[in-house]
Design a protein around this ligand. Structure first.
Ligand code: CP
Length: 308
């Protein structure tokens, strides 16, 4: 198939074939990461802006490395050190980046829909969603799918359990859209207060983690958003860990073939005990490495439309 989108705003609107194409393209780019000279000339002459209005380590750095591995010029703009603090709007900031001849903007923003806004208002600029509010984090889900496929050989029929704060998680949303399209059997588990209303119409829902873990191939633990604790959505971090965390006891019961995932950053001892984060079932750092290959694929595919 031929890629036809100048933007990647989410996985909800993508077809199975489009997701498949991104994963195949990422697989072909991955070997570049391990070359002596980690560079190909694919995006020579391109300028890409990382525009981040929220903190990030993995996503920002891996987009920067992905662009550099493709020979693009990369610029990093963080809201706190930009003219946003003087009152400039998101759209004006993006228009100024276009005036500086940036070809692609990678955007992280606290507002759901921010990427869609830029994508629709800037017809000659590619916009890639690096996380928009509680809406989507498409490249995270793509790198998660890439990692599962690399480890287990397929996504079709793979039983994936997503655990934790499903309500506030853009990672959960993108994974639910992406994994179900690719034929995985997705279920979620968390406290009722952290489950979105109506989620049971989309995926199987559990509130008992021990019951939920039975027979699963992949356990994906989500970051508990400490900032939500003040809202009283769960009693305490200790209680949360006991009920919804990977405890030492749950870790001991895991079959060797089960893989443990987490998008990061991990709250060690809350979502997962350190022995789980660092243990043999964990693919957390593989997820991070694969993020560069996946983001290379997305930047490349978007570029093919912008220059057509
Ligand atoms: N997984 C993820 O989005 O991590 P960062 O917030 O560090 O980018």
């Amino acid at each position: 198939m031929v890629w036809k989108r100048k933007d990647l705003v989410g996985l909800k609107g993508l077809s199975r074939e489009e997701i498949g194409l991104i994963l195949e393209t990422a697989a072909s780019f991955k070997e570049v990461l391990f070359r002596e000279v980690k560079k190909v000339p694919t995006l020579r002459g391109w300028t890409i802006a990382n525009l981040f209005f929220e903190p990030s380590t993995r996503t920002r750095v891996s987009f920067e490395l992905a662009g550099k591995r493709l020979s693009a010029d990369m610029v990093n703009v963080s809201a706190s050190s930009s003219s946003v603090v003087k009152g400039e709007t998101l759209l004006d900031t993006a228009k100024n980046l276009r005036a500086l001849v940036c070809d692609i903007i990678v955007l992280r923003h606290s507002l759901a829909g921010a990427c869609h806004l830029l994508a629709s208002r800037l017809p000659d600029v590619g916009v890639i969603n690096a996380g928009d509010g509680m809406n989507e984090h498409p490249t995270q889900a793509l790198l998660d799918m890439f990692t599962i496929r690399e480890r287990l050989g397929t996504l079709e029929g793979i039983k994936v359990l997503i655990v934790g704060d499903i309500l506030h998680s853009r990672v959960a949303r993108s994974n639910i859209w992406g994994l179900t399209k690719m034929g995985a059997d997705v279920s979620v588990c968390g406290p009722v207060s952290l489950l979105p209303r109506g989620i049971e119409k989309v995926v199987k829902v559990y509130t008992d983690l021990d019951e939920a873990m039975k027979g699963k191939d992949v356990l994906m633990f989500l970051r508990i958003q400490r900032e939500r604790q003040e809202a009283g959505l769960f009693p305490s971090l200790r209680e949360y860990h006991r009920l919804y965390g990977l405890t030492e006891e749950r870790l001991k019961r895991l079959a060797t073939k089960v893989i443990l995932m987490h998008p990061g950053p991990v709250n060690r001892g809350v979502e997962m005990v350190p022995a789980g984060v660092d243990g043999e079932n964990s693919v957390i750092l593989e997820q991070v490495t694969n993020g560069v290959a996946v983001r290379m694929a997305v930047l490349y595919l978007v570029s093919t439309v912008l220059r057509r």
